[in-house]
Write a protein of this length. Sequence first.
Length: 141
Amino acid sequence: MSIFTHSKMGPITRYGEAGAQAAGRPKGSVMTVTFEIDGQEYVALNDGPIFKFTEAVSFMVKCRTQKEIDDLWEGLTRDGGEPGPCGWLKDKYGLSWQIVSPEWEAMLRDKDPQKSERVMTAILQMTKPDLNTLKQAYEGT
């Protein structure tokens, strides 16, 4: 079962003789994997330990409900994933994710600086996003 609403695997390409030699990877090993998440196509390149994952690249996922946040968070932290601050986490492969909500973004852009500041303060204090806590901070309750 996928942790995403609509996801599917696409084609896989493998290293041939020339590519394997250039990349230092075994011939026949996976070179790229194409996949789709909610209609967006991605291509992942297996270039070995030469390139490392860092927080400089992350996937941002906008969840509309607390259940979506909870399900995604559980799926991505399972089997070795690591929760981080402010809705960030690393999955078991070390890839960084930002789990956010469209509501969260709107609250941060509110023209009332007190509201947006309360929301930012709440975000900075949480790990997994809690929409109810953010709404209470926004409303000042």
